[in-house]
Ligand binder design. Structure first.
Ligand code: SF4
Length: 276
């Protein structure tokens, strides 16, 4: 008699689902074959350091010192900086943003130890789980909401009105937390640093729809179908910004520049939620 092989329950994250939606082939490279992007993106690493300094700010520590210490560990890292960017420029922009954030004083986090970097887990059919790390639960201008920090070089679009409520990450976080009021706090690194405080409301219907989307996409990826969704039209060719481009066009130099292979990486899938 043949014994049926039971698949162990899986843990999914927003990053996984969004990568599958963008291109199932890229998902397979990343999560099944273990091809991960090298940490050579200065902006991404700086964003993580900056979030640690924000944590220090709410813990009433010296957040500037934390930023110098965290980002200082990467002073000699072989990052590919964009034109005009440098280690020094990042840190100056970061300090200005932290000062402006303190002056604005629009965000309050009560009990920061409990309300920063909160792990939320939601059960899915088949014993699977969906995990998300929420940056903060706090108050924007006195109103309670779920908050996600962003560091970027360009402002987030605010128009047309209602656009923010379509953001899939905010919908996902609202779905997993059950909280309707959600916000991005966007730290814009530019000549004159700017902080956008963008709040919106996610409806119950949007949360239900997202839940259905998650279940259907997990069904597809568990069936082992990973067709490529290549971008085909200039200039919106999503392959151009895909870390896995080298694999798709068999370009060894691109593979070595951008990727590192870590078999077994899928065990740690949820960790990449920090990259969101
Ligand atoms: S290069 Fe294009 S087709 Fe290949 S994995 Fe990336 S997005 Fe998909």
């Amino acid at each position: 008699m043949r014994k049926s092989v039971e698949r162990p329950p899986m843990i999914y994250s927003y990053t996984q689902i969004s990568q599958f939606l963008r291109c199932p082939r890229s998902y397979r490279y990343r999560y099944l074959d273990g091809w991960r992007e090298k940490d050579t993106r200065a902006a991404l690493v700086f964003g993580r350091c900056f979030e640690k300094s924000l944590r220090a700010y709410f813990d009433r520590e010296d957040c500037t010192e934390v930023l110098f210490k965290e980002w200082g560990a990467f002073r000699d890292a072989p990052f590919a900086y964009r034109k005009g960017d440098s280690w020094d420029r990042f840190v100056h922009q970061g300090v200005h943003l932290l000062e402006k954030f303190a002056r604005d004083d629009r965000i309050r986090i009560r009990r920061p130890k409990a309300n920063l970097q909160i792990k939320l887990v939601r059960g899915l059919p088949g014993g699977n789980e969906f995990v998300a790390y929420i940056d903060a639960l706090g108050y924007l201008d006195g109103a309670h909401c779920l908050i996600d920090w962003k560091t970027t070089t360009s402002r987030y679009a605010q128009e047309p009105e209602g656009l923010l409520a379509l953001d899939p990450q905010l919908i996902c976080y609202s779905w997993i937390s059950g909280i309707s009021d959600v916000a991005f706090v966007v730290f814009v690194r530019k000549q004159q640093p700017e902080i956008q405080y963008l709040k919106t409301t996610i409806s119950e219907e949007q949360r239900r729809e997202f839940g259905r989307l998650v279940e259907s996409k997990i069904g597809q990826l568990e069936s082992g179908q990973f067709p490529s969704h290549s971008g085909i039209r200039f200039p919106q060719n999503s392959c151009m910004s895909c870390a896995h481009l080298g694999l798709c066009i068999s370009d060894q130099q691109l593979i070595e520049t951008n990727l590192i292979r870590k078999p077994g990486a899928s065990d740690l899938d949820w960790l990449d939620s920090f990259d969101d």
